[in-house]
Design a binder for this molecule. Structure first.
Ligand code: ATP
Ligand code: MG
Length: 432
């Protein structure tokens, strides 16, 4: 049924809309811990105009898909959600953290105010603002490049080889599990792991080279793969402790834009994702105990939302990469320990079905491919696919107009995402 004929939708337009918040939670908590993300769009084409505000639920973690064509406003709207988190009252903000996996290299700009869209901000009664609580970490080896580009960096990130598993490396090298290379790698990796000593890539290469049971070609091939990995400089004997980087009330950006290897990016992202889920499972137990005993609890590890830019590379639909299993686990099991997920992509059909089926909120800008529409439809089947298509086609051609599918409320809204108050570094390149 078209929007105009739906009295239920009209009702939510005249009252407050909090997407992602169930009716029960709304009755219990009202409008606390919400973020202002935009306004409803009413009417189509020339007649389209903005009405009441739309908020997003930040009380508990969600699985959100942000999709749309190139330059449609995906990264921009993810940053709006981050701004809203950073603007939350202290009592909520101090219990949460956001982590951004940024292969594009644009989120650092949230440190600066949006002076470029002053007029637009004015028309929304908003003012430019930069944020201090955005911490940017980059791989050590590329630090100089970032400094030369005058990108403000807060620290470097590396990972410990012993925190990975043999399977992570096998997936990163795209080897079959039964392949001789994979078998030799796994055997040597696991024996180093069992030795309980801290080990690095050099130790693994040494172990493989002195493996008397392995063929020379196997050893040579593995040595070459591991040497390439070593050259990226991000896998060390002793890496950074993830739980020391992620702090309550802050956004941590892992900027991998100058780390050109997608395999290394997925290795790092997978490990961080796994660690976040692990830390939250531990913290959640303590929080439960404190609730029962009535003791005051100091937040150990905050409820964390993970944001993946170009998410189809981190959890693709057609193959497994080294971060796939960890991200799928967050989508399936993250609700209880408190780990949320925001996946951003131009092509939702290229995101693994396990993520789509757990998605409870979709922010989608214009999409035209049938496969991508089908992917959105698989998230929310309450609406027929043609209807979704109609909503998307009717979107006015103003920057930031999107449809919002809310599986909690089982509704579709047409919204205009509000302008950012912090600077957006992801604008379109122009010659003039
Ligand atoms: N809500 C909005 N209000 C005003 N301008 C917007 C809004 N959303 C996007 N824009 C404009 O559109 C441009 C492109 O947005 P953005 O960088 O988010 O695109 P994207 O969908 O992430 O593209 P890509 O797929 O190439 O990464 C921004 O630089 C900004 O000028
Ligand atoms: Mg983008």
């Amino acid at each position: 049924m078209p929007l105009e004929e739906k009295p239920k939708d009209l009702l939510s337009i005249v009252t407050e809309t909090i997407v992602g918040r169930t009716k029960e939670d709304y009755e219990k908590f009202g409008n606390i811990a919400t973020g202002y993300i935009g306004k409803h769009i009413v009417g189509t084409g020339e007649d389209a105009h903005l009405t009441t505000k739309v908020f997003i639920d930040l009380l508990k973690p969600h699985v959100i898909l942000v999709s749309g064509k190139r330059g449609s406003g995906k990264s921009y709207s993810a940053a709006v959600i981050l701004e809203e988190f950073l603007l939350l009252p202290e009592e909520f903000r101090q219990k949460m953290a956001f982590v951004v996996f940024d292969p594009v290299g644009i989120y650092w700009s949230m440190k600066f105010p949006n002076e470029a869209q002053l007029q637009l901000l004015n028309s929304w009664q908003l003012e430019p603002k930069g944020f201090d609580n955005i911490k940017v970490y980059v791989p050590e080896k590329q630090l100089v490049e970032y400094e030369k580009a005058e990108i403000p960096v807060d620290g470097t990130i590396s990972i410990s080889l012993s925190d990975l598993t043999a399977e992570d490396l096998i997936l990163a090298f795209n080897l079959e599990r039964t392949n001789e290379l994979a078998v030799t790698l796994e055997k040597n990796f696991n024996s180093l792991l069992e030795s309980k000593k801290v080990f690095g890539l050099d130790d693994l290469i040494d172990s493989i080279t002195s493996d008397t049971k392995a063929k020379k070609e196997t050893k040579d091939a593995l040595t070459s793969l591991l040497s390439v990995l070593s050259q990226w400089g991000i896998i060390k004997k002793e890496g950074t402790k993830v739980n020391e980087l992620i702090k309550p009330g802050e956004v941590v950006v892992f900027d991998f834009s100058r780390l050109k290897s997608q395999e290394v990016r997925t290795l790092v992202a997978g490990l961080i994702t796994r660690e976040v889920l692990h830390q939250r499972i531990l913290s959640r137990k303590e929080e439960e105990i404190a609730k029962i005993t009535g003791e005051q609890l100091k937040i150990k590890f905050p409820i964390t939302w993970l944001i993946f830019e170009e998410a189809h590379n981190f959890v693709p639909s057609d193959r497994d990469v080294s971060s796939s299993a960890d991200i799928k686990r967050v989508a399936k099991e993250g609700r209880e320990p408190g780990v949320g997920l925001i996946v951003i992509t131009q092509m939702p059909s290229k995101i693994h079905q396990d993520i789509l089926s757990q998605t409870d909120l979709v922010i989608s800008f214009r999409l035209t491919s049938k496969d991508d529409l089908q992917a959105l439809h698989s998230v929310m089947q309450t609406y027929v696919q043609e209807e979704l298509e109609k909503y998307l086609n009717r979107l006015p051609r103003i920057p930031g107009s999107a449809i919002l599918l809310d599986d909690n409320l089982e509704k579709i809204f047409t919204v205009n995402i509000r302008p950012r108050i912090s600077h957006h570094a992801g604008g379109t390149a122009r010659v003039v």
